[in-house]
Write a protein that binds this ligand. Structure first.
Ligand SMILES: *[C@@H]1O[C@H](CO)[C@@H](O)[C@H](O)[C@H]1NC(C)=O
Ligand SMILES: [Zn+2]
Length: 399
């Protein structure tokens, strides 16, 4: 990429500046530095569609209750057990008949992985939760669902692997100095949902099998008395749903006023990564066309039906990252729900760019500035901690 490329960057530079000056509701959200952005791990070969360690095992038909589904589930388990051993793995299972199952029950298995700060009781941890569905559509036969949602699953895997060491560094440093920043127990969570797709045609009953079951269970499953959060559902501070990502030139609208501030952070990071020449995909229109809007200017056409709905209905804060443009024929990319939604039709550079962007977002959300090893040297843990503590105390004095 060249200097001329900067002129084509997806966002106005001024937009980035104004975003930095925004005051955010509730919390001290600090931007991460250019130095940290530059040193975020890259996926290397892991998104290769033929032999990439993260993506290629998901690029198979994986209809609920079939061997393909089990194979992909095992891939997730394997990845977390091997690469992210500090993470807790759980399943949430349900069964349901479908319009195509002739009265037989089909099993649906949601995969959940999470990492908590050390010493925190489970009911006291609040999560930023990254979600994608891993099932594929029954029809057309042989359907792969690369953007829908194999690539989003692989992007999330890369994110978690990329921030895991910095997260550990931060928690180690906090424990060593017994800092009061431990008051707020931020954990991170991944959900790979089963049964998003309709078996016959999309209705309230024939779709979102896994999401409906999980939201229902998590609403009623009580944490121990005196916990900070009553249920696993109320412990989710932001539910970030990735769907239909991996085509070139995505367009992500902002659907919810209450999470528009988080959308803006993502847009700002996209602009910064682009300016730093860290994106590989061809520049085009902005990925986040609503970034310059005020939350009250968002079009409220109700959003798109997807896995977030059962959670939204129960009051969970949602950030829906789905490639959708009202002016396209279906609104979605041309490969959507066709046999062409396969590995060959992915734009791997865009998949990689998404993985870097989402990693940066998670790093900011988890407040990891200073805890990554950078090109200029190892993580400056103690300095980062001292800075964070100074900022926190300064903020406290202001109040
Ligand atoms: C849920 O299903 C998975 C995969 O079949 C299985 O390994 C697991 O033991 C089940 N979990 C529960 C709680 O039944
Ligand atoms: Zn789909």
């Amino acid at each position: 990429m060249s200097v001329a490329y900067h002129g084509l960057c997806r966002h106005l530079f001024l937009l980035g500046l104004s975003l930095l000056m925004l005051l955010l509701p509730g919390e001290a959200y600090e931007s991460i530095s250019d130095e940290t952005l530059r040193s975020l791990p890259r996926p290397g070969n892991d998104f290769d569609i033929n032999d990439g360690a993260l993506l290629s095992p998901i690029l198979i038909p994986r209809v609920p209750g079939t061997p393909g589904s089990t194979a992909v589930l095992n891939h997730f388990v394997d990845f977390f057990q091997t690469t992210l051993p500090e993470w807790k793995i759980e399943f949430q299972n349900s069964t349901s008949t479908t319009p195509m199952s002739n009265g037989k029950n089909v099993p649906f298995v949601n995969f959940i992985a999470s990492r908590d700060p050390p010493g925190a009781s489970p009911g006291d941890v609040e999560y930023v939760t990254f979600v994608a569905h891993y099932d594929s559509k029954l029809e057309p036969e042989g359907f792969i669902g690369a953007i829908d949602s194999a690539a989003p699953c692989a992007i999330i895997m890369h994110m978690m692997r990329s921030i895991d060491i910095a997260l550990g560094n931060k928690w180690d440093a906090m424990q060593k100095t017994k800092t009061s920043s431990l008051d707020r127990k931020w954990g991170i969570q991944v959900i790979f949902l089963d049964g998003e797709e309709a078996f016959e045609s999309w209705t309230a009953d024939d779709s979102l099998y896994g999401a409906r079951s999980l939201a229902e269970q998590w609403e009623t499953q009580m944490h121990p008395a005196m916990s900070d959060f009553r249920t696993p559902l109320s412990a989710i501070s932001l539910f970030v749903l990735l769907d239909l990502l991996g085509s070139q030139g995505p367009s992500i609208l902002s659907y919810y006023q209450t999470t528009h501030w988080a959308y803006k952070h993502l847009a700002s990071l996209e602009q910064r990564l682009c300016s730093l020449d860290m994106f590989k995909s061809s520049p085009g229109a902005p990925w986040f066309p609503d970034a310059a809007k005020d939350e009250h200017e968002l079009k409220t056409f109700g959003g798109i039906q997807d896995d977030h709905l059962p959670f939204l209905a129960r009051g969970v804060e949602i950030l829906h990252l789905i490639d959708f443009t009202p002016t396209r024929r279906t609104g979605f990319q041309p490969v959507w729900h066709t046999i062409d939604d396969d590995g060959e039709h992915l734009d791997i550079n865009t998949v990689e760019d998404w993985s870097m962007l989402m990693t940066a977002f998670a790093a900011e959300w988890m407040d990891l500035e200073g805890y990554f090893d950078t090109i200029d040297g190892p993580a400056r843990r103690d300095e980062a901690l001292a800075n964070a503590e100074a900022t926190r105390l300064a903020k406290k004095d202001e109040l």
